[in-house]
Design a protein around this ligand. Structure first.
Ligand SMILES: Nc1ncnc2c1ncn2[C@@H]1O[C@H](COP(=O)(O)OP(=O)(O)OP(=O)(O)O)[C@@H](O)[C@H]1O
Ligand SMILES: [Mg+2]
Length: 228
């Protein structure tokens, strides 16, 4: 059997000592794409934050079959797993869009030419070419959302976890993001309440539910996300 890219076993996430996600199980194969759904406050964002090492957890997190536990393990994991925050303002911190997009690849020590290639490619993909030299915080919410996706793409992660990536986007930009998600060959986990997106993608939906029995991965599309 192939080793999954990401595996969560009895994954319990703690926030200030409180268990906000309990005994969640997930298997994500390399190249697989899935949606993580569930009601407000059920712990989807907390789950993603724990996978990235921002919140403590109990249980097991395995990446390519290897347990991820120490600070050093998470540092390595964050080079391979890109996380687009639910709120772009939690993600963006550089003065201009160009610097924001260049931050990760420049930090990896890549050549200026390679950094520039990645910046231009991500900007073109998300229609940000005209905004590259704008101050990040002068942009609209939808524009900041696109920048927050682009600056994760320039790191060229193997696994992309996006938390509500279509929030606040107009139709044109919604389509840009939805098409990108469908076309990319990366492994992707999208957290979303956007029914149109779930229908458009047609991926496996993993339901995170407050009840312990349902708090595990499923292969069927749950009722509220059923295509009309
Ligand atoms: N910054 C925080 N400090 C303390 N508790 C928090 C914080 N963020 C979330 N929580 C709590 O953790 C629990 C899970 O919240 P989380 O944001 O992970 O849910 P979610 O499923 O992502 O919700 P939504 O669909 O609204 O984004 C909730 O009970 C919430 O009150
Ligand atoms: Mg959330």
């Amino acid at each position: 059997m192939k080793t999954p890219l990401l595996e969560l076993r009895n994954f319990t996430v703690l926030r200030s000592g409180k268990k906000v996600v309990k005994n969640f199980n997930l298997l994500l194969e390399e190249g697989e794409k899935a949606v993580l759904a569930g009601p407000n406050g059920v712990g989807k964002t907390s789950l993603a934050e724990a996978v990235l090492g921002f919140l403590p957890f109990e249980g097991e997190l395995l990446y390519r079959g290897r347990p991820v536990r120490t600070k050093e393990d998470f540092k390595l994991l964050r080079r391979k797993v890109g996380f687009v925050f639910q709120n772009p303002d939690d993600q963006l911190f550089m003065p201009t869009v160009r610097e924001e997009l260049a931050f990760a690849p420049a930090n990896f020590g890549l050549s200026p030419a390679e950094v520039n290639r990645r910046v231009e490619a991500a900007a073109a993909l998300l229609g940000l070419e005209e905004l590259l030299d704008e101050p990040t915080f002068s942009l609209s919410f939808g524009q900041r959302r696109l920048v927050s996706i682009a600056c994760v793409l320039t790191a060229e992660p193997e696994l992309l976890i996006l938390d509500e990536p279509t929030n606040g986007l107009d139709r044109e930009n919604w389509l840009r993001v939805a098409r990108f998600l469908n076309e990319t060959e990366k492994t992707v986990l999208v957290i979303t309440h956007d029914r149109d997106l779930v229908t458009f993608l047609g991926w496996r939906v993993v339901l995170l539910s407050g009840t312990p029995l349902a708090s595990s991965w499923r292969t069927e599309i749950p009722d509220p996300y059923q295509c009309d």
